[in-house]
Design a protein. Structure first.
Length: 243
C-alpha cells in the first residue's frame, strides 16, 4: 500500500515538472551555441504585482563573461534579454520610443549601476563584472550592421523622459537594481510593477547576445554585435505572459 502511494506521488511530481516545462517559449538545444547561452525555455509569469522573468539554458546560465579590454570603447557586454511589447513609458521612458526590453548583463570594463554595490565592497562604481539588470529601449540602426539593433542613443542637447534610476549614460537605459538569481541552468529576476494588468497582456521573446560599445562611444554607443540565440528563432515576440 505505502509503495503504491510513493509511486503515485513520484508520478505526480514528474507530470507536474513536465507540465511546468511546457510554459513559455520552448527552443530546441542548438549544437552551435555555447551551452550557457543556449536558451531552451524563456518565460514571463506574474505573481501578485511582480513579474518573474526567467530563462532555462542547456548549460550553466551565467557561466561566461566577456574578457576585459581595459577601456570603454570597444568593450563587450554579454546579455540575456527579454524583448517585450510593453510601451517604454511603463518604466519611465518616452512613449513609443522603441522596443522595451528587460536585460541581465555583465561587462568588466565599466559600471552602469551607480546606485548599487553589487560586490558589497562599499564602492558602487566597480561592479560591472557582476550580473545585473536593466531596462533598455531598442531600435534598428544600420550603423550597427545590417538590420542590427542598438540601445537607443540620447541626442546631444535633448531632454527625453527618463526613469529615476537612469545611470547617466547617453542612451535609453535604466538600472533599477532588481537582482538576477542564477541557479544551475536557470536565471530568474523578480520585477515589481504598479500596473501588473498591462504586463499580463504583453508579448515577449528571449535573446542571448553580445553587445559592443562603439569606438566613437556615441551615436551609436551600444550595438547588438553578436546574437547567440533567439528563443522564437525570428524575434516575433510570440511569448504570452502566464502561458
Amino acid at each position: 500500500m505505502m509503495k503504491n502511494i510513493y509511486l503515485a506521488v513520484f508520478i505526480a511530481a514528474i507530470s507536474s515538472a513536465s507540465f511546468a516545462h511546457q510554459h513559455g517559449i520552448q527552443s530546441a538545444a542548438a549544437k552551435g551555441v555555447q551551452a550557457s547561452f543556449d536558451l531552451v525555455q524563456t518565460r514571463i509569469r506574474t505573481e501578485g504585482n511582480t513579474a518573474i522573468f526567467s530563462i532555462v539554458t542547456s548549460g550553466k546560465a551565467g557561466k561566461l563573461k566577456p574578457s576585459k579590454v581595459g577601456k570603454l570603447a570597444g568593450s563587450q557586454v554579454f546579455s540575456y534579454v527579454w524583448p517585450t511589447t510593453l510601451d517604454p513609458a511603463m518604466v519611465g521612458f518616452e512613449p513609443k520610443s522603441g522596443i522595451l526590453a528587460f536585460a541581465v548583463t555583465v561587462h568588466p570594463d565599466f559600471d552602469d549601476t551607480p546606485l548599487f554595490d553589487e560586490n558589497g565592497d562599499g564602492n558602487p562604481k566597480n561592479d560591472g563584472n557582476f550580473w545585473h539588470s536593466h531596462w533598455v529601449v531598442l531600435q534598428v540602426d544600420q550603423a550597427c550592421g545590417k538590420d542590427a539593433l542598438k540601445v537607443v542613443d540620447i541626442a546631444a542637447g535633448s531632454q527625453p523622459r527618463l526613469p529615476k534610476t537612469w545611470p547617466g549614460l547617453p542612451i535609453l537605459i535604466d538600472s533599477p537594481g532588481w537582482s538576477p538569481i542564477f541557479k544551475g541552468n536557470t536565471l530568474e529576476v523578480h520585477v515589481p510593477f504598479d500596473d501588473i494588468g498591462v504586463v499580463n497582456s504583453a508579448g515577449f521573446d528571449g535573446v542571448s547576445a553580445a553587445l559592443r560599445v562603439n569606438e566613437s562611444i556615441h551615436s551609436p554607443l551600444l550595438c547588438v554585435a553578436n546574437v547567440f540565440k533567439v528563443a522564437s528563432g525570428n524575434l516575433s515576440l510570440p511569448g504570452k505572459v502566464n502561458e
